[in-house]
Design a protein around this ligand. Sequence first.
Ligand code: HEC
Length: 457
Amino acid sequence: MIRLASMAVLLALLSPGAVACPVPDASAIAQDDAASDASAKVDFVKDVLPIFRARCFECHSGDSDEGDLRLDLKTNVFDDERSDPAIKPGAPKESSIYRRIVLPADDSDIMPAEGDPLTKAQIAIIERWIREGASWPDGAVQPVEAKKPPEILRVPELDDERTALVEDAVKRVRAAGGTATKVAATSNAWYVNIGLLGKKLDDTRLGELLAGLEPALVWLNLGRTAVSDEGASRLADFGELRRLQLQGTAITDRALVAVGKLAKLEYLNLYDTSITDAGLEHLEGLMALTRLFVWQTKVTEAGARAFAGAIPGLKIDLGASANDLAAVAKRIEEASRPVNDLCPITGKKVDPKKTFAYEGKTIALCCSDCLQKFAKDPKTWFPKVVFRDANSAATAEPEATPVLLNAKCPVSGEPANAEHSIRVGDAAIGFCCGKCKAKFEAELAKHPEAKARFVGK
Ligand code: HEC
């Protein structure tokens, strides 16, 4: 039953309505708006797109993809490889687009990056649209044409013999259930996704399927397969690779020796692997690299920063580190300890495993019967709870300034501020600013293993 209690804590943590939000709260405005026009849902084409066009497209469409974000491309906006999704349907506060537009005007991260902030009405429309599920009909936006014709990616010309080997490999990949596609009709470069084979794809199978594709393969997806260091070591022969996905595989730092030889690599996804800072050193020669995903790995923030310095133009997606989450999870676990020693129903000593979460507190009961009784009618029994620590009762007031569990913001390392905090039972986790808090909440929602720490014990 502790499960129940901590789950409630977690839910309180994750449900944006339950915590005081430091971001100017547009939901209140949106509600007014909704009240005046209760029946109609926000219409993407009529209501939202004009705002994007007028205030965002300049930097986020066509040739301009600042922050790797193009608001004229649905697939880019809803790209599920972003650790910080641009739009998470139903959850404005987990959507970076929303979080960026509600920042204070003097915040250097506010969007639009130039000119006045969006108006309250515009923010409310976007908030409501995301909350209502962010519907974006296919074809609703005509992608803005690039001013210069896109360069079609090609690999050096292959002779007939080489071409035949490539074609054989393509057939094998397709027969095995993977996809193999040319990057453009007029290109000789190939994209292969064999992540689709999942754990059926091991090192041996990888070698069998890809043999022959060495000079033609530019994108390769091996995500979530059973490929390990041995298989990855063969990738050194695929010198044309621009984009490589190894997320969720068993690779370690050793595999990065081979990856470090792929001089044309621009995009590398190592999310959810056990690579470390030491492994990144093998990648220091990859001067074309612009995007590296290392969240949920053992890479530290300091290690990532140092590495980003080595490659100009590289953007590293680190997420909140597992260590930060683990430390905070532990504090939360401590904070979700029962507030009472005696059962409010029988007056007997409590069983610390029989707990119920109510009013942000973990109440312990003496037995399962009492737990059920309490759960059925908490309003009656809650006033009978004798708090071990008289202060606990006092801090039950939601308005009271929370006691911070941490001195430093788990996201930035800057001093934590009680104004930006997430309440946990009697206390709170503090952040240095609303941005870090929102980032942490969004991150936590996506970390099943961190969540498991909250709900598992
Ligand atoms: C004058 C240029 C400019 C305008 C206009 C602009 N942005 Fe940006 N935007 C940037 C730049 C530069 C970055 C990358 C640096 C950063 O992350 O701050 C960025 C990054 C972002 C990101 C983060 C992307 C990521 O995942 O890293 C979001 C979200 C975003 N913009 C949303 C918007 C929205 C929504 C609008 C319109 C309301 C907008 N921007 C208007 C320049 C602009």
